[in-house]
Design a protein around this ligand. Structure first.
Ligand code: PLP
Length: 647
């Protein structure tokens, strides 16, 4: 006997889901939906074998890896790195550029050891290097990057020890380039070079006048923290010359800020930087490298527009513009073209991780129809009548918006009547509850009848929003998706299963923190942002899993311990061609003990104090020994466990 799956609306297909969530527009072929209605992951893009994500998650769960779970697909990370190099290779071939491309990864984008190691290993064939923005990041780079041909770009605030470390690393056979980002850096470089009797490779970061339009536009221009103005550059050159260090000046650097959404801005900046590069050569510096910084953007919503969640250019456009502009500039000045460097973080590290969280529950307005009783107050009777009227409208051939609107106005009026009667003491709590339930039942009926394809009047649109449910997510956005809170960044978010079933609910997410900002209520909408996401009916006994995609850059490393929710469990997965996978690394999330210790609370001390308290309560006869034991056990287990909810 074939049981009919009643959840499955026959007309809804996985293609509908794909379109609804824009999967093909932002997934770059890495993600698709399989015939079971699950997200499938293709490590090498759409032509490679797709792996069922739900199956993978089930198996991870049986290894006691609980949600929320961060899954890193190292194959995708590698593929993004390959794509970056392919794009530059194409551009170099097409424009017959007589130089090469040699990128670096900005460590701040994702400092996880396995991630940095993976990039260095995969990038070895191109001598892919690293960019450090602080002393701690320099230490990471020194320990992981051993290739003598790879570059180690040293940015950020520097003290003497930072610079001396870089000089010594050069003696070790590495290629650190100390970038002068502030006028005072030069004095430290001279001092350290004299002290050690050797010098570092030197770069200069220029403050360009070209303005970026993106969210990070303040990182350039006169307001920026870093970079030298043109007069400062000239003074620096003089000082380098005087200290006999001009020969070590090899690199010009600029950084337009992250997520450049408009390619026009990049072109202006490239022209300006190209000219400065030429001038530096004319002033006697050997040069050889032009570092165009980060900023290569990600099309989070797949709209291909210059909006903040998108870019109006492709990776290939970007590489073409860098190569062509610099070539033109050097050619017309008859100088040799430089080796081109990018510090692309976001573009390399966004796609490879998926944050999967489970839904713990759902709250929505009570709209069950209360049982009819003989004696009911007038407003409840009126509301029942209105509901009946709306039900009749459903049977009409064409939905009449004006009639629906009128019915809703009636319902609101009767609800207000019930409220007024309650205030005056004519109606009891039970009747008032009925009036509310019936009002929301009317609302639900109306929303179900609203045509989907036309622009709705504002009031009716709001009505469907107010009916939306809150899905409770086992997650802290402050820990795992801080940019959604801090800068209203939108990421693609969607269920990772049940995608052959029509998502007929509208909802948003509330996280576990007690903060009213702890929510996800901004979703991609093809160039715009919407506040509600189509989701499935939540069934308390079934798992409902949601994925937050493209969050591999910045999110995990910038998250904080709001309400003491710590890091989530994370796994690194390698996929094989035969449809199998291998769990390469498991990184257990913080336990409650970890986060308490981080804030100087001593778990042992905490337990001891509780023990003493229980002892007195036992003496006083308030607590049984058995219960005291149970309390201590709960606390001890809890300290060892993750900070998230577990079943
Ligand atoms: C942040 C930063 C980057 C990385 O930028 P993305 O937009 O992630 O590519 C590169 N270089 C510098 C100097 C940075 O500050």
């Amino acid at each position: 006997m074939v049981l009919k799956n009643t959840d499955q609306s026959p007309s809804w297909t996985v293609e509908n889901s794909s379109e609804l969530y824009g999967l093909d527009r932002w997934g770059k072929g890495y993600f698709c939906i399989n015939e079971k209605g699950n997200i499938a992951v293709s490590p090498k893009g759409s032509s490679s074998k797709a792996h069922d994500l739900m199956q993978l998650l089930n198996e991870l769960e049986s290894r006691k890896l609980k949600f929320p779970l961060l899954i890193r697909f190292d194959d995708i990370l590698e593929e993004c790195l390959i794509d970056l190099h392919k794009a530059f290779k194409n551009a170099i071939n097409n424009y017959e550029y007589q130089g090469k491309y040699q990128g670096v990864f900005p460590i701040k984008c994702n400092q996880q050891r396995h991630v940095v190691e993976e990039l260095v290993t995969c990038g070895a064939q191109w001598h892919f290097g690293l960019e450090a923005g602080s002393k701690a990041e320099l230490l990471i780079a020194l320990s992981i990057l051993e290739d003598p041909k790879a570059l180690l770009i040293c940015n950020g605030y520097k003290d003497q020890r930072y610079i001396e470390t870089a000089i010594l690393a050069r003696k070790l056979g590495r290629q650190p380039v100390v970038v002068i980002e502030q006028a005072s850096d030069i004095e430290l470089i001279i001092k350290s070079s004299i002290l050690i009797g050797a010098s570092p490779l030197i770069g200069i970061r220029a403050k360009l006048s070209s303005q970026s339009s993106g969210r990070w536009s303040d990182s350039i221009g006169d307001k920026s923290k870093f970079g030298l103005t043109i007069p400062e550059i000239l003074t620096t050159i003089k000082k380098l010359k005087k200290a006999n260090l001009l020969n070590e000046l090899k690199l010009l650097h600029f950084h337009l800020g992250s997520q450049i959404n408009d390619i026009g801005i990049l072109k202006d900046a490239l022209q300006e930087a190209g000219q400065i590069y030429v001038e530096l050569i004319n002033l006697g510096a050997p040069m050889g490298y032009l570092d165009v910084g980060g900023g290569l953007g990600i099309d989070y919503d797949g709209s291909q527009t210059a909006s903040t969640a998108s870019t109006n250019y492709s990776l290939q456009n970007y590489a073409n513009d860098v190569v062509a502009t610099i070539k033109e500039c050097c050619e017309s000045n008859k100088i040799q073209v430089p080796t081109l460097i990018t510090e692309s973080g976001r573009a390399v590290a966004s796609h490879f991780s998926i944050l999967v969280f489970n839904i713990l529950g759902k709250n929505s307005l009570p709209s069950d129809i209360p049982r009819k009783e003989e004696k009911e107050c007038l407003s409840v009777k009126n509301l029942r009548e209105t509901l009946g009227h709306i039900n009749n409208l459903e049977n009409e051939e064409k939905q009449d918006l004006a009639k629906l609107q009128e019915a809703w106005n009636d319902a609101l009026k009767f609800k207000a009547d019930a409220l007024a009667a309650f205030r005056l003491g004519y109606v009891d709590l039970i009747e008032r509850a009925k009036a509310e339930q019936l009002t929301w039942a009317c609302a639900k009926k109306i929303v179900n009848q609203l045509p989907k394809d036309i622009l709705l009047p504002e009031e009716l649109k709001k009505l469907s929003e107010s009916l939306a449910g809150t899905y409770y997510a086992n997650l802290s956005v402050f820990r795992s998706a801080p940019d959604t809170w801090a800068i209203d960044q939108v990421f693609p978010i969607m269920p990772i299963h049940r995608l052959n079933e029509e998502p007929n609910q509208l909802g948003h997410f509330a996280d576990l923190t007690c903060d009213s900002d702890g929510k996800l209520d901004q979703f991609i909408d093809n160039g715009k942002v919407k506040n509600l996401l189509a989701l499935h009916e939540f069934k308390p006994d079934d798992k409902y899993l949601i994925g937050l995609f493209l969050g591999g850059a910045y999110q995990e490393v910038m998250g904080n311990l709001h309400n003491l929710f710590g890091s989530t469990n994370a796994v690194h997965i390698r996929l094989t061609n035969k449809g199998k996978y291998k769990v390469e690394h498991v990184i257990r999330g913080n336990t409650k003990s970890d986060v308490l210790e981080y804030l100087e609370h001593d778990p042992e001390h905490l337990l001891e104090r509780l023990r003493i308290s229980s002892e007195s309560a036992i003496q006083a006869g308030h607590l049984k020994i058995h219960d005291a034991q149970k309390l201590m056990e709960h606390v001890e287990t809890s300290l060892r466990q993750s900070t998230y909810l577990q079943d």
